[in-house]
Design a protein around this ligand. Structure first.
Ligand code: AMP
Length: 144
């Protein structure tokens, strides 16, 4: 069975750091630092995905506006057109999407609600496990 987003979430959990669009860039920078994460998902009051803001966006805001940018709302620097996946999305599809889209985070959405997030670190970990399992199978097969 190919590895899916559900398998990854079952192993790592479904907690996602989400913020409202009014939070300032400085507040979100503190959240990223405190939680040692690279991205937050911006959600509406109903829990729908409204955007994503990552450390890349933080760098872009500071490069463009300097310290003034830190007091702006996160909505001014986030990416609003968020590419999402579902629990049944395969590991291969995740790798393809991250590689072609050139981003390292994909929120998981089910029934219009945010239910998890996959980072490139999760993808690498899952792929290593998959390769190890494949190798074990081959060795067992060869050993007869
Ligand atoms: P990252 O590599 O995840 O730090 O993101 C690089 C850029 O892509 C940033 O501008 C993000 O806002 C944007 N980005 C990250 N994840 C996604 C996503 N799933 N869909 C659309 N844009 C994204």
């Amino acid at each position: 069975m190919p590895v899916s987003v559900k398998n990854i979430l079952d192993a790592k959990g479904r907690d996602v750091m989400s913020v409202s669009r009014e939070k300032t860039v400085a507040e979100v920078a503190a959240i990223l630092a405190e939680n040692k994460i690279g991205a937050v998902v911006v959600t509406s009051l109903e829990g729908r995905i409204a955007g994503i803001f990552t450390e890349r966006d933080l760098v872009r805001v500071v490069a463009a506006d300097g310290a003034d940018g830190l007091q702006k709302p996160i909505s001014s620097g986030m990416t609003a057109n968020v590419i999402r996946c579902r629990e049944d999305t395969s590991l291969n599809e995740l790798m393809e999407t991250m590689s072609t889209g050139r981003f390292r985070h994909i929120p998981v959405e089910e029934g219009g609600k945010l239910v998890g997030i996959i980072s490139i670190g999760d993808v690498v970990k899952a792929r290593i496990r998959e390769v190890e399992a494949e190798t074990e199978h081959m060795m067992a097969y060869i050993a007869g």
